[in-house]
Structures are given as C-alpha cells and as structure tokens.
Design a protein around this ligand. Structure first.
Ligand code: C2E
Ligand code: CA
Ligand code: CA
Length: 573
C-alpha cells in the first residue's frame, strides 16, 4: 500500500509536469512551494528561482491594488477566484493568462495552501484578434465591411448620445459607383476588383482616424465623417470625394473614368440609429443618381416617393425592353445655306401605362446605370432601320438618320458587330446612318475610340459630336477624331442673343470647327433672332423647335414632303 501511494505521487508529479497549464502551490502566507514545468516555460523562471518567493514577483503593474484586494477577498470567502490577469515574464514581457486560484483547507476549515492554475491566453488572443479582423474587414479592399461599420457606428452613436450636446453632428455618406457594372462586364472582374481597391484607397486618403470608411457591398461604400460643425462641411467633403473618384484610373492599359453618386444623411437630424442613417443616405443617393450622374444630395423627407418610382421604373423598363415598347420621334436638321433638310435625328420615346410619358433623359440614365442600355440601344437601331424604310418609301431617298449612341454601348467590345448585324438584317446602308456620340465618349479609352471611329467612318457612317461645349475637351483635342459634324449644345444657343460672351464662344467654335473641316449644327434653336445670328456666324445647320419639333414618323413624312414642294426658300426668316 505504501509503495502504491508513492507510485501515485510520482505519477501525479509526472502528470502535473506534462500539463499545458501552469501550476503553482504556495503555503497560506503565499510562499511558493512548487511550480510545474509549464510554469517554468511560460514565466521564464526556473523552479529554483521561485520556490520560496511570493507570486507577486509575477505582477505586471497592469492591475491596481483594488484588483488584487477583490481577488483575495473572493478567494478567502468562497475558496475560489478565477479571471483574466496580465503577468510579467522574467524577461519583462507582459502576457495575459487565465488564472484559477483555489484555497486548500484542512479539517478545521483553515486555509493551509493555495493552488494557482493558469493557461496562456496570448496565443489565443492572437487567433481571436486575427479572426476578429477577418470578420470585420472586407477581404478585397481591406477596409471595414458592412458588419464592422455597424459595430463602429453603434459605439460612435452611443458615445454621441450620452454627450448632451445637441450640436454634435456626424454625416453619413452613401456612395455608389456609376456604371460600375459595365466596367465589370466589359473589362472583366479582375479589372473590376482592382478598380474597387483603387477607389477604396482614394477614399481612405480623404478621411482621418476618427472617421469610418466601409465597403457596404458590391460597388457601394459608406463613410461617416464625425464631429462636423455644419452641413456645409459635408457638402464640401462630398465634392472632394467626387473629384477623387473622377480622376482616371489606368488598369491593364485601359484608361477608365469612374464617377459616383452620393447620398448624405446627418446625425442626429435624420436618424438616431445606424440603420436609420444608412436608410436615409441610401435614399438620398438614389435621388442624386436620378438627378444625373456624379452628384450628391442630402436626405429630405419627400424622398420617399422617388425611390418607389425608381423601383417601378426598373420593373417597367425591363418589361418594355422585352416587348420592345418604344417609338421614335424625328427632328429635321436644316441647312442654312441651301434651305434643304439634310437629315433627321431619332429621339426615343417611351409611353408607359403606369409611369406615363417618361422623359428619355430619365430612363436613358437609368438604363445606362443598370446595364439595360445595350438591349435598348439595339432596339433603337432596329427602329431607325425600319423608320428609314418608311422615309424612303415616301420618296425621301437621300435622307439620313442620326442615332444617339450611349458611351456604354459604344465602348462595348462588339459594338461594331452588333450594329452591323442589325443594319444587315434590315437591309440598311451605313451611308444613311449618322452616329452621335458625346464628348465624354471620346474622352474615354483613347486609342480604342479612335480605332472604332475610323472603322465606322470607313464603313460609310457619318459621325457627330453631340452636346459640344458641356464636356471638358478642347477643340484641339478633337483633331485626332474623324468627325463630320459638331453639334453646339443648346445651352450656348439659348443665350446667344442675350449674352455677348456666349456669342463670342459660339463664333469661335464655328470658326475652329471649320478649320478642322467639320460642319457645325446648332441645337435647340427657338427664335428667328437666333437664326439670324447663326447665319451671320456662318453656322451650317440648325435644329430646334422653331423650325420643327421632334414628331412621329408620319408627321415628319408630311413635313418633309411639304417642305420639298413648298419651301424652296424659307419664308419664315
Ligand atoms: P440630345 O441628343 O441633345 O437631344 C436633343 C434634345 O433636345 C431632345 O430632347 C429634343 O427633343 C430637344 N430639343 C430639340 N429642339 C429643341 C428646342 O428648340 N428647345 C428645347 N428646349 N429642346 C429641344 P429629348 O428627346 O427629351 O432627349 C433628351 C436626351 O435624351 C437627348 O439629348 C439624348 O441625350 C437622350 N436621348 C434621346 N433619345 C435617345 C436615344 O435614342 N438614344 C440615346 N442613347 N439617347 C437618347
Ligand atoms: Ca443628340
Ligand atoms: Ca444634344
């Protein structure tokens, strides 16, 4: 029996020395009597160094006197204490451990010994922190994810509401990249990913430590600007963001122009919780997007109606594309020198039973954003081919029709093939089609654009620059493109006769365009006076309500026929 207990004692010591927990035994005064092997390896103290010492030598200074007082009170009352404690190793390194202290009592219920058992938390801490970081960051862009944003916002709002300062304001920005889907679809997902990383970096560079930036998902980002004094600051910041996103990005040799729409909500005015604030900012973003690309909007109460309309628009537009429920109106272009109608511009019309007549500006912008523009644009090309046949049948053989081509369709890698296919199927010649592109289209992806335009020109299409003057390109920039017509934007024509500076600009544009062998078309001509000015300036063509509004095919056929027969000279001017 005697030898059995010795065997067990030896076994126990072996077991204790093999534990991956530290064990320390002290007497009732705290003098260390025993430590196991794991204690040695964790603390860095050897057995001989600590036996006879007090465990106080391990204290890190991380906890105050009260902490230890409570601990000892607990042990002496309940016989047990456990908790996380930071201790110091022999070499000075501080580490966290999970410590359990037991009081060992004799038969008289007196404490004779204490046993401390502890496990190392530092490694677990590392894993936990890493795991937490993984859960909280967006793996692609390395900024906060949606979940992390909520966590940080919640604690921000908690600390904000406890400060009874009513002035305190945070601004929440909801950003959505415009036309991101097209980049992804045309240039591939890798490019799309790189683009998102770049955008995240740009956003990060605009904010400070106390602000919060997160990827909300897809191409959406959220930023909280903390402690702003006035909504004006939020507006200025939104401007900054727009400028930062706008700078071209070069990825794999592609020059990409991005833009963003931003919605802003303010704490505490628009909402008290994270969810409310995001909801409002999101609504405002939709509104900003509807007003036109690359802008921002603050949240306001009447926004509700607009979001519902967007949803309805999306639904109805998809249906309309499927059923091809669009028509075209045509607006003639008049030559000021010969008084002949040289062509027509096709303008798409959509009359929806639920939404009524939707202005093309609105649904084209939406179609561009949602990717629906490609099928819609193809429908328009087809309608133009059908329209041409009608005009030809009515005897207007040489008439050509201009089509507005969205930059998104134009940049599609198979743009040429897709339109040639439609023309071919409808027996339509390229000579009868004019392609109108905007300055923005020309500014994107230079070499590709020149190549496409040159090809179109070779095939017999006529090319126009639409809305000239509203973009940023200079006329000299246009030299490299094989353009036939330059259309001066309506905004210049509108004030032609009232502001001298407009007159000077229009005159300069006309002269330079002629120098570059382009003909000039003035858009949106509404008065006889404007025509007189334009004639004097040697403008080639006009288009506008004064001469003829855009109308359905039959009305325009009548107009053309009458014009040919009766108005060899234009009596109106
Ligand atoms: P846009 O290409 O600049 O077209 C000219 C716009 O000015 C047309 O508006 C036309 O109706 C209007 N307009 C013509 N003469 C006058 C005038 O004397 N005074 C005024 N105030 N306006 C005049 P609409 O039809 O509402 O189209 C607006 C825009 O929507 C177009 O601007 C174009 O950017 C786009 N759009 C229209 N149809 C199509 C289309 O088939 N495809 C594409 N991609 N975009 C289109
Ligand atoms: Ca146009
Ligand atoms: Ca235009």
């Amino acid at each position: 029996i005697e030898s059995d207990s010795v065997v067990v004692e030896n076994l126990l010591e072996k077991i204790i020395n093999n534990l991956s927990e530290g064990v320390v035994i002290t007497d009732r005064r705290g003098k260390i009597l025993f430590v196991n092997a794991f204690f040695e390896s964790l603390t860095g103290y050897r057995y001989e160094e600590v036996v006879g010492q007090n465990p106080k030598i391990l204290q890190s200074g991380a906890h105050n006197k009260d902490y230890y007082k409570n601990m000892w009170e607990c042990i002496n009352t309940y016989g047990l204490w456990q908790g996380e404690i930071w201790n110091r190793q022999k070499d000075g390194e501080v580490y966290p451990e999970w410590l359990k202290i037991l009081a060992i009592k004799n038969e008289q219920d007196e404490i004779t010994h204490y046993v401390g058992i502890f496990s190392d938390l530092s490694e677990k801490k590392g894993v936990e922190v890493e795991l937490e970081e993984k859960i909280l960051t967006d793996t692609l862009t390395n900024i906060n994810n949606r979940y992390s944003y909520s966590v940080k916002m919640n604690s921000l709002l908690e600390s904000s509401s406890s400060l009874l300062d009513s002035k305190i304001q945070h601004a929440i920005f909801f950003l959505d990249l415009n036309r991101f889907k097209q980049v992804n679809d045309t240039l591939g997902h890798t490019t799309g990913d790189l683009l998102l990383v770049e955008m995240a970096q740009r956003l990060k560079s605009l904010i400070s430590e106390k602000d919060i930036l997160a990827r909300h998902g897809g191409d959406e980002f959220i930023i909280t600007l903390t402690n702003i004094q006035h909504p004006r600051e939020a507006a200025q910041f939104a401007e900054q963001v727009i400028r930062a996103i706008e700078k071209p990005v070069v990825i794999n040799g592609h020059e990409i122009y991005m833009s963003t729409s931003i919605g802003i909500s303010l704490y505490p005015n628009d909402g008290q919780t994270t969810d409310e604030l995001i909801y409002c900012a999101d609504k405002a973003m939709y509104y900003a997007k509807q007003k036109g690309m690359n802008g921002f909007s603050f949240y306001f109460d009447e926004l509700n109606i607009d979001t519902e309309r967007v949803l309805l628009l999306d639904n109805e537009l998809r249906k309309a594309i499927e059923k091809k429920q669009f028509t075209l109106h045509y607006q003639p272009k008049l030559c000021l020198k010969t008084n002949k109608i040289i062509g027509l511009e096709a303008l798409v019309r959509w009359n929806n039973e639920k939404l009524g007549i939707v202005p093309p500006d609105e649904f084209i912008a939406y179609a561009e954003e949602s990717g629906l523009i490609i099928p819609l644009s193809e429908i328009i090309f087809e309608l133009v081919c059908k329209g041409l046949q009608k005009f030809h049948q009515a005897g207007h053989d040489n008439i050509s029709i201009a089509i507005n081509v969205s930059s998104i369709h134009f940049q599609q890698y198979n743009f040429l093939e897709s339109i040639l296919d439609i023309l071919h199927r409808n027996n339509t010649k390229a000579e009868n089609i004019e392609i109108e592109v905007t300055e923005r289209t020309l500014m994107t992806n230079d070499s590709d654009t020149i190549e496409k335009l040159t090809k179109l020109k070779e095939l017999g299409f006529k090319l126009s620059i639409d809305d000239f003057g509203t973009g940023y390109s200079s006329l000299s920039y246009l030299v490299r493109f094989p353009i036939d017509y330059l259309k001066i934007d309506r905004s210049f024509i509108q004030y032609l006769t009232t502001f001298d500076d407009r007159k000077a600009v229009v005159e300069a544009i006309i002269q330079m365009a002629h120098g570059l062998k382009m003909d000039v078309i003035a858009e949106g001509v509404e008065t006889a006076q404007q025509i007189q000015f334009l004639k004097k300036m040697d403008c080639d063509y006009i288009q506008g309500y004064y001469f003829c509004r855009p109308q359905p095919v039959d009305v325009i056929i009548d107009f053309l026929t009458k014009w040919k027969n009766e108005h060899q000279g234009w009596s109106k001017v």
